[in-house]
Design a binder for this molecule. Structure first.
Ligand SMILES: Cc1cc2nc3c(=O)[nH]c(=O)nc-3n(C[C@H](O)[C@H](O)[C@H](O)COP(=O)(O)OP(=O)(O)OC[C@H]3O[C@@H](n4cnc5c(N)ncnc54)[C@H](O)[C@@H]3O)c2cc1C
Length: 308
């Protein structure tokens, strides 16, 4: 008989209108879809469960708020090229990308927040053990790819009564995300692909932007017939984090074994260099992990200085 969980073909209403439920899908089809593996209860998992909050104005509002408070301390366009230690502490050498000149800063301690995927290619006089741990971490990154479109109209609301949430697919695009704000505005942004399987990501990284956008449209068409009339390559954008030079990956996914070994090595300072970032937490892939890690390292250094 099925349940109302899948919704109604005819919604229940007043009087004698009991509504008509969608025909249940055959059990074999449900099992074959592997939907049950995690997609069905994705929103129940510890890291994805309600209540989820979004920064007003977009995710970079958080970085901008930090900038407002500590911007005077930031050196922009400074690409770290080498980390060296000496008897006084740490020297960080960087290339000023405006002047193309190399400069350095010296300090007693350094907190390195460069992702391991990038750090692995930066010259440093780290111990073999630390360098090996960085190499392991660098090879553990998820290479997420996203596609987004500005849609002519909010067809998901007007035609499907979808207000936020995710459609999971078996296609490369994996997911389509619907905005959970701006309901009934004339237009909206739809996430047309959110790929976090490295095999698929690598194939998509090799495509041109337009190829990615076209493929996302044709795959989304299967979920929403007529989609290709609502979104277009001209109004799309895409990011492959594996190809972003200063990220070279989206977030780290430590294997159980490397959590026990490489992660533990990096949890200890290399001389006066400390490692911080979401990758040094059990909340990797989340800003909260980065912030908790920063707090931990500042405390570690404070304790070390107080005890010295
Ligand atoms: C697709 C995607 C979706 C996400 N969604 C969410 C979400 O919904 N919620 C959430 O909380 N988190 C999310 N995250 C995770 C969040 O972005 C990270 O947890 C957070 O940015 C980690 O902060 P961090 O300071 O450790 O590292 P980063 O933010 O990566 O900062 C590292 C910095 O080092 C700089 N850098 C790199 N190389 C050099 C160099 N050679 N010299 C100088 N600087 C260098 C980089 O430019 C960068 O600014 C998402 C991440 C991705 C990729």
């Amino acid at each position: 008989m099925g349940s109302s969980r899948a919704g109604y073909e005819i919604p229940p209403g007043a009087g004698i209108n009991t509504g008509r439920k969608h025909e249940p899908l055959p059990l074999s089809e449900l099992l074959n879809s592997r939907f049950w593996e995690y997609k069905m209860h994705f929103g129940e998992s510890y890291l994805q469960a309600a209540t989820m909050l979004q920064p007003v104005g977009g995710m970079d509002a958080i970085a901008k708020a930090f900038e407002q408070r500590v911007g005077r301390l930031i050196r922009y366009k400074a690409e770290v090229t080498e980390i060296k230690q000496n008897s006084d502490g740490v020297q960080v050498i960087y290339r000023d990308r405006k002047s193309n000149q190399y400069q350095s800063v010296d300090g007693k301690f350094a907190i390195c927040t460069i992702p391991l995927s990038v750090l692995t290619n930066i010259k440093a006089d780290f111990s073999k053990e630390h360098q090996a741990a960085i190499t392991v971490g660098a090879s553990s990154y998820n290479r997420a790819v996203k596609v987004g479109f500005q849609s002519k109209r909010r067809f998901w609301e007007e035609d499907y009564n979808i207000y936020g949430g995710i459609s999971w697919t078996e296609a490369d695009i994996i997911q389509m995300w619907y905005p959970s704000t701006g309901f009934h505005n004339p237009q909206g942004i739809i996430v047309g692909a959110y790929i976090w399987s490295n095999d698929i990501s690598k194939r998509w990284e090799a495509m041109t932007f337009n190829q990615r956008l076209s493929l996302a449209i044709s795959q989304g068409e299967k979920i929403h017939p007529g989609y290709n009339q609502e979104v277009s390559v001209a109004n799309g954008c895409t990011v492959a984090w594996g190809k972003v030079p200063y990220s070279q990956g989206a977030w780290i996914s430590w294997e159980q074994d490397s959590r026990k070994k490489a992660y533990q090595v990096l949890n200890e300072p290399e001389g006066n260099v400390y490692f911080a970032g979401d990758y040094m937490s059990y909340l990797s892939g989340w800003q909260e992990g980065a912030i908790l890690s920063a707090h931990k390292i500042v405390n570690d250094i404070t304790t070390r200085v107080q005890n010295s």
